[in-house]
Design a protein around this ligand. Structure first.
Ligand SMILES: [Zn+2]
Length: 453
């Protein structure tokens, strides 16, 4: 833990202040769809203005608000952007123990949709810029607070729109957002990943065709049956093993901090013929699903459409596929892989593609973060990570921003963090949230105001 009066700041008062803001933000329902981030942005605007920090709210569409505040360090190009999304995925209140938009504290945790994903980071970024301002620390680069819309439903009103329409707001060199920074464990050892790469997206509609006919007289040329065969194959046969350099680096980092059993399993997982056996039997715990997905492109059927009447065999059946591509995979190659497994005539329509995030892991910012995390959590390991999912980093890279997934949060070993992500009863330990505030502040302070005592 940092000293309680680091840089003259009183952390217990700051903690109470931060917690109050997080509760208030969780009480603003920003479920996406429809998003409606405007009231949340208005709340943050009030807080910033009261501190004398100018900010700007930009609506990409009515109610879809993006907020930016920039602390001038005389170096906008070298700026560090702290970016979070204000929207959350919808919640089913009847299945929650405490209301998803109540911002209540129970059992040492703060409950609410968005507590993990990712309003805790919105507030910790907010408190970081407020604190930099209050303490008048001499900045050597700009620090930008960004709270944006629509990460959960395609980014068209958030990061994608901002990159296309207001790149000036995103001027900077580095960005921190979600994707890493929460405590994981290898054995008993705490582990933090700083995400530096992420898989890309290819959402597809695949269709099969066949002969129409009367439902009372089954025949073999049935589009629905054909599609069923395709999906059964795609659902049970993994796409080809493919070890990319960013994933190799991640696995090597993981192996370097693991015990011998896991180290062996991780090594065998990177060899094509032993990979699946190692994943299945190699004591890799709940990481297996993500590791398997990082060793190949993947495809998940997520939707189906066929037929319009009970007694008519339709001539066409379609499915939606959520395809995820390793950094460096051309879409054409991915489509070839799908066709090879499907072994049926397929019409493939590309609905949307979002490129993977690929960048160098190493940077001065990475080093500062790793150092601060190790000081803040003695005995922990820090490795550069690759994410299976998508974040705003995919859009930011179009501007050349180097974005790391690092939203610090301290999670105890027995806490069901992964299950709560987009799940019922989403919550975070209050103590871990405040640890995140101190960790983020110290990393930003050291990187952006290195001469401060
Ligand atoms: Zn998120």
């Amino acid at each position: 833990m940092l000293a309680s009066t680091l840089h003259g700041a009183d952390w217990s008062a700051l903690g109470a202040e931060a917690l109050g803001h997080l509760q208030n933000l969780l009480r603003i329902d920003t479920s996406n769809p429809p998003g409606n981030e405007a009231p949340a942005a208005a709340y943050l605007e009030r807080v910033l203005r009261a501190e004398g920090i100018p900010c700007e709210i930009i609506e990409s569409a009515p109610g879809r608000a993006n907020l930016f505040a920039r602390l001038d360090g005389g170096n906008p190009r070298g700026g560090l952007i702290l970016s979070s999304h204000l929207d959350v995925v919808p919640a089913e209140p009847e299945l929650w123990k405490h209301p998803p938009f109540g911002g209540e504290v129970h059992d040492g945790c703060i409950w609410g949709r968005g507590a993990i994903d990712m309003k805790h980071f919105t507030i910790n970024s907010l408190m970081t810029v407020i604190l930099l301002k209050r303490l008048r620390l001499p900045l050597v680069r700009d620090v930008v607070f960004a709270a944006i819309a629509d990460e959960e439903a395609g980014m068209d009103f958030g990061s994608a729109w901002l990159v296309d329409n207001r790149p000036d707001l995103l001027q900077g060199e580095y960005c921190l957002t979600e994707g890493g920074g929460a405590t994981g464990y290898v054995g008993n050892r705490p582990l933090y990943t700083i995400q530096a790469a992420a898989k890309g997206v290819a959402w597809l509609r695949v269709s099969t065709t066949g002969a129409p006919g009367h439902g009372s007289m089954p025949h073999a040329d049935n589009a629905v049956v054909r599609l069923g065969r395709v999906l059964a194959r795609l659902g049970t046969r993994p796409l080809p093993f493919d070890l990319r350099p960013s994933v190799r680096t991640y696995l090597a980092g993981l192996a370097g901090v693991s015990g011998w059993r896991q180290r062996l399993a991780l090594h065998l997982a990177t060899v094509p013929f032993s990979s699946e056996i190692a994943l299945r039997h190699g004591a890799l715990g709940e990481r297996v699903r993500a590791l398997r997905a990082l060793l190949r492109n993947t495809v998940s059927p997520t939707g189906l459409t066929a037929g319009h009447k009970e007694n008519v065999i339709p001539s066409r059946a379609s499915a939606i596929l959520d395809g995820r591509l390793l950094p460096g995979t051309p879409v054409e190659e991915f489509l070839r892989q799908i066709r090879a497994i499907a072994r049926e005539e397929l019409d493939i329509e590309i609905l949307r593609t979002i490129p993977a995030v690929v960048q160098e892991f190493e940077s001065p910012l990475y080093d500062v973060i790793a150092q601060v995390v190790k000081e803040q959590h003695p005995g922990c390991a820090v490795v550069p990570g690759v994410l299976t999912g998508l974040t705003d980093a995919a859009q930011f890279q179009r501007l050349g921003l180097r974005t790391y997934g690092f939203a610090p949060l301290k999670i105890p070993p027995d806490f069901p963090y992964n299950r709560l992500f987009h799940g019922h009863d989403e919550r975070i330990p209050v103590e871990g949230f405040l640890w995140g505030l101190q960790t983020l502040f110290e990393a930003v302070r050291r990187f952006c105001a290195p001469s401060a005592p």
